[in-house]
Design a protein around this ligand. Structure first.
Ligand code: AMP
Ligand code: ZN
Length: 463
């Protein structure tokens, strides 16, 4: 079992070898908390959650850090527009983010540092950059001098002109070079600000990840992830700052996910073509959204469509159906197999080839259903559950899965209403009033609820 990752630092597929044999450090850039996450923001969370689960199977100690950006002009602007304190917006949005990512089956990271809790670390790092000649003070700003770092641009492999254009820099008069980027900027009265050797101000965006990864993972760590839009300038600048301030290599493996697109265009707040995770979860179960996300390799773009979600849902119906049948045959719940099936693990080892892993799960289900004996369902169900745990799906009881209904759908009966009718039917049957019992069954069927009578009583699901 050798994990191979495409390393953005070299542009090559490489065997993953951690710095220490039993411990892995991973940092993934997290959300800027001013609004609900859209499904594109969920892509890195899901992708790196699959990697996190794999690393946890292999290494005794995995430290997964994902930050919360809670100081940013987008947040301050939103607070001003809404007349709401910044802290209220960031707290509410962070809580919503946690809920949404949990609903998509992602584990919480081991540490979730907030930028505002690390301002002192950022100030210290900026101080070191100035001392070492990599940064300069100009009109209350502190800027990183890209010409002071000979290998600036090595991650994104861009020419100077591309970098200047890509950084979308305003030609600020205080910059020595248009490609120089902001480490610290002055704050006016109503903007959030902290006292610093350069006056009251606030950090630029990039420095926070350099300061927080240093605090959590040290100067050099194993894996740094995020969406590919972050390669330049964000990650390029993180490398420059960290290596210049710490005098040590920064990251060993850079891993970037491709874009989630709508009709071929990147889903983003600014284009307005986004679906927030909350709304997507009202229309489809979280596991269906997650499986759809994983049905495309993480480096490739994924076009987000209702058909894709429906296909993922059908696959889960089939797998949960197999588990349900196997458990009925076995007479009790089936635990996941001790190990993730080899073919699934091999697919994930191949630069997280989740579409291949999913194909292997279909093969397991085909084998279980195709064997011609119900006995074969039991090992197939155990394997599916173990594979599901690797991908973060199949985490429910089958009946829970089959009872899911869209939110805000006023036409369907609630779980409680269904249970009450099932009780009434039971009472009618005891009284040998079979006409009434059948009427209740038909009434439920007309509302899309299917009853299944068995030795343990009556079970139900939504069609
Ligand atoms: P942001 O809040 O825009 O900084 O984004 C948070 C994370 O979501 C970053 O890792 C981005 O790269 C990622 N991201 C944003 N939009 C998309 C998208 N359409 N597809 C994939 N990843 C995205
Ligand atoms: Zn970052």
């Amino acid at each position: 079992m050798v994990l191979v990752l495409h390393n953005g630092a070299t542009g090559k597929r490489e065997e993953f070898v951690p710095l220490r044999h039993d411990a892995v450090g991973m940092y993934v850039c997290g959300p800027t908390v001013y609004d609900y996450a859209h499904i594109g923001n969920a892509r890195p969370v899901i992708v790196f959650d699959v990697l996190y689960r794999l690393l946890k199977r292999r290494y005794a100690h995995v430290h997964y850090v994902r930050n919360i950006t809670d100081v940013d002009d987008k947040i301050s602007n939103r607070a001003r527009e809404a007349g709401e304190p910044i802290g209220a917006i960031t707290a509410r949005t962070t809580a919503a983010f946690h809920e949404d990512m949990a609903a998509l089956g992602s584990l919480p990271p081991d540490a979730e540092p907030r930028a505002t809790a690390h301002i002192a670390n950022m100030i210290a790092m900026i101080g070191r950059l100035i001392e070492r000649g990599f940064a300069y003070v100009a009109e209350g700003h502190v800027l990183f001098s890209v010409s002071a770092k000979a290998d600036y641009g090595k991650l994104s492999n861009r020419s100077r002109d591309e970098m200047v254009a890509g950084a979308r820099v305003d030609v600020a008069p205080y910059k020595r070079d248009p490609a120089d980027f902001t480490l610290w900027k002055p704050s006016t009265g109503d903007q959030p600000g902290w006292d610093s050797p350069w006056g009251r101000g606030r950090p630029g965006w990039h420095i926070e990840c350099s300061a927080m990864s240093l605090a959590e993972l040290g100067k050099t760590f194993d894996i740094h992830g995020g969406g590919r839009d972050l390669v330049f300038p964000h990650h390029e600048n993180e490398v420059a700052q960290s290596e210049a301030a710490n005098g040590a290599p920064f990251v060993r493996y850079w891993v970037h996910n491709g874009f989630l697109t709508v009709n071929g265009e990147k889903m983003s707040k600014s284009l307005g073509n986004f679906v927030v995770v909350r709304d997507a979860l009202r229309k489809a179960p979280g596991e269906a959204l997650r499986l759809n996300m994983l049905s495309t390799h993480y480096r490739a773009p994924i076009d987000w469509t209702d058909e894709g979600i429906a296909r993922a849902r059908q696959a889960l119906d089939r797998w949960y159906g197999l588990i349900e049948k196997a458990e009925a045959h076995w007479g009790r719940a089936i635990a996941p197999a001790d190990h993730v099936p080899e073919a699934v693990e091999a697919a994930l080892d191949d630069d997280l080839n989740t579409p291949k892993a999913i194909a292997e799960m279909h093969a397991i289900a085909n084998e279980g259903f195709g064997a011609g004996t119900e006995d074969a369902l039991v090992p197939a169900a155990a394997k599916l559950k173990a594979a599901g745990a690797a991908l973060g799906i199949l985490s429910q009881e089958p009946h829970q899965w089959f009872r899911w209904q869209p939110a805000g759908d006023a036409s369907g009966p609630t779980d409680d209403e269904i249970e009450t009718l099932i009780e009434a039917r039971k009472t009618a049957r005891k009284a040998r009033n079979f006409a009434e019992a059948d009427r209740i069954r038909d009434e439920l069927a007309a509302q899309g609820v299917i009853l299944e009578d068995g030795p343990q009583g009556t079970k139900w699901k939504r069609a």
